[in-house]
Design a protein around this ligand. Sequence first.
Ligand SMILES: NC(=O)c1ccc[n+]([C@@H]2O[C@H](COP(=O)([O-])OP(=O)(O)OC[C@H]3O[C@@H](n4cnc5c(N)ncnc54)[C@H](O)[C@@H]3O)[C@@H](O)[C@H]2O)c1
Length: 440
Amino acid sequence: MAEARAKEIQDPGGRLGVLMPGMGAVATTLVAGVELAKKGLAEPVGSLTQLGTVRLGKRTEDRAPKIKDFVPLAGMESVVFGGWDVFADDDAYEAAAAAGVMEKEHLCAVRDELKGIRPMPAVFDSRYVSKLEGAHVKAYSSLREAVEMVREDIRSFKKENSLERVVMVNCASTEAYLQPREPHFTLEGFEAALDRNDPAIPPAMVYAYAAIKEGVPYANGAPSLAVDIPALTELAKEEGVPVAGKDFKTGQTLIKTIFAPGIKARMLGVEGWFSTNILGNRDGEVLDDPESLKSKEVSKLSVLDHIFQPELYPELYGYVSHIVKINYYPPRGDSKEGWDNIDLFGWCGYPMQIKINLLARDSILAAPIVLDLALFLDLAKRAGMGGIQEWLSFYFKSPMTLPELYPEHDLFIQQMKLKNTLRSIMGEEVIHHTGLDYYE
Ligand SMILES: NC(=O)c1ccc[n+]([C@@H]2O[C@H](COP(=O)([O-])OP(=O)(O)OC[C@H]3O[C@@H](n4cnc5c(N)ncnc54)[C@H](O)[C@@H]3O)[C@@H](O)[C@H]2O)c1
């Protein structure tokens, strides 16, 4: 049995700022939802921090408090939102209306709150997001200067809103695919690259670096390469700043990480898994560029390999043909449709099929993830947990881990890891589910 040891956790008093690079569909759906929930006009469905419970002790003890009553989380009422975007005239109300996720009736009920949020000018580089034009962007002569501007924005936002603490969640468009390379390996190399304006540093990394330097916990909701480079994970560890990523696990990948563990648990084989999507929001438009699309496809593809572990089960998963397609189809807006065809086999190799047709609302699934990440990262910071927060893998398509560890993609293991981490930091015993003691 693991030894229970409570961590010292600072009180979540005062106001918490949530800053988001990218105030598009996901960010504005989050803000609108939180403001509606504060007024009692909607439930924060999909949020573990608001609705989830955690079992403590033995089943016979009947202890299952809400997570928010068990760990000292900041309350939704204490959260203040802000962010950056490349669109000039949009306040969060206009941006939410343009995103077309929420009904007019809902948006009108929180119009004033949304109108009060105006994105700050962005750090933008069209080489990384070629489908957008940056109208509302910062003018800087070096990436170092861009970093300083973002740091100044964070400090002013904190001061102007009388905030105790701030967290950052990247909700900006997917950037062009980038593999970690020379300036990304060490902090020294990274900082030298900032000084010489190296194009290997995209805007997502500028925001991430600025956040860490300001002691602001950071999560990456986009598939872009950002904090997931050795230079920045090392810095986060050194500075005691929690970081997590990347790419919110919402529609098709969420379903995949629910179904695949079940198929594997029953030791059924898989010959192929074909996934295709249509989506028509701005995210889809950005993904219409092959370089941005590659970032998303790479992020989506890694999931099955890690769940099926073909090296352990070559007879079941040695040759899975896994194909993922994403198609931009404007009429669909934020209401994405995904199809999955799974070719599986059972006893004596007899073939079977599963077809899944998911009609999801992308940002409706993503918004509660941003809220949970913001509140959990704030908790992690107050509990003195710096560096990579693997226990938040639950929320990501490509979870970050230490280099020597493989990422855990199975949603149920991720959930157990998350809840056991909460139990552990609160000094409760972790739950291992053997149940043998009841029968001894
Ligand atoms: N919606 C989902 O379910 C989901 C799931 C996983 C990941 N994501 C990722 O989350 C991100 C946001 O998704 P969305 O649907 O809100 O997209 P969106 O296009 O509606 O919003 C993204 C916003 O980012 C802005 N932006 C682009 N570059 C920027 C920069 N350098 N600085 C500041 N702002 C910038 C854009 O102008 C846009 O308003 C995307 O990267 C997407 O891939 C979304």
